[in-house]
Design a protein around this ligand. Sequence first.
Ligand SMILES: NC(=O)c1ccc[n+]([C@@H]2O[C@H](COP(=O)([O-])OP(=O)(O)OC[C@H]3O[C@@H](n4cnc5c(N)ncnc54)[C@H](OP(=O)(O)O)[C@@H]3O)[C@@H](O)[C@H]2O)c1
Length: 353
Amino acid sequence: MTVPATERAAMARARELGAAALGTTSPNPAVGAVILAADGSVAGEGATQPPGGPHAEVQALAAAGERARGGTAVVTLEPCAHTGRTGPCADALIEAGVARVVVAVPEPTQLAGGGAERLRAAGVAVELGVEQDEAELGALGPWLTGVREHRPQVIWKVAATLDGRVAAADGSSRWITGEQTRAAVHRLRATCDAVVVGSGTAVTDDPQLTVRDADGRNADRQPLRVVVDRRGRLPETARVLDDAAPTLVSRAASPAELLAELYERDVRRVLLEGGPTLAAAFLAAGLVDEAVVHLAPKLLGAGPSLVGDLGITSITGALSLETVEILPSGGDVQLRLRPTRHTGGRQSVRKRS
Ligand SMILES: NC(=O)c1ccc[n+]([C@@H]2O[C@H](COP(=O)([O-])OP(=O)(O)OC[C@H]3O[C@@H](n4cnc5c(N)ncnc54)[C@H](OP(=O)(O)O)[C@@H]3O)[C@@H](O)[C@H]2O)c1
């Protein structure tokens, strides 16, 4: 769909605004909105506030004030038409006198749907589906996964040496990657509602699993820490049980059961931080949506590999991933990947539509 360059730039900015709100909005979507004044200049910006707070459009309208009249609202998700904890955004846009609304993703739920119709009925021009894929793969991903699959989005994050080792033969795994990469991991954690590890990692590494700044101070908002510990191996002294953040020790028998448990708790974005055994269980079940792999320019030659047994015995059965992004990270390399297909092994991996 072709829209003017000013609106494309505003949509890119709206995606950024939504992304900056990730980790604070669940179970609501992380939406971004930009109001362009009638002359095309940016009049206001907004993003979804924590549950109960204003939606992105309302925040952007408040920032724009009278400059919204005759202007264009550019929003990553179709404005809602229903009254939940806040009023309908479609009505707020009509009252503000906006002449045109440009939307990336049409509202998929019946409850909040009908915004575009309501706007059109009031004489507002509406464009739906503008750069929809980009918005779906960005900050709206966690919420859309919830709507479509009734489970949280799963980001699997792993740090490995060039030969794919996640720990040395003696079990030590601290400082595989450099400072810049470790800081990036804390920023990634902050965008998630829960951080998950298996009992193996919790027992071997005793991680705290909190979001910390460069000086090691814990952030105010912390994701739920989750240890999947089916046999009760986690010692009472484990650092993950300290009072720095809430913690769930789950006995869930399978990744799907764990995700159902987390979904019930309004978790919409999970960071799966290992280890190789639990990661293999998620991958084999087709429950990884994205992988963030940090590769350090080091070789160990021995030690656990980044993923455990996937039940794949032939190259034709390899689990394929699509490379989304490759970024240098200090001396390391960060790869963002998405599983695409799985032709063999224990179970088939879900193909993203
Ligand atoms: N470099 C990195 O990024 C990184 C990250 C994490 C870990 N590591 C390294 O990985 C090593 C630990 O590996 P690991 O494989 O033992 O860790 P893990 O995957 O964290 O833990 C494995 C354990 O998780 C439990 N589990 C719970 N639900 C499961 C399920 N559905 N399927 C399979 N297992 C499930 C199992 O124990 P129960 O049956 O008792 O519950 C299993 O033995 C350590 O050396 C650590 O340093 C490295």
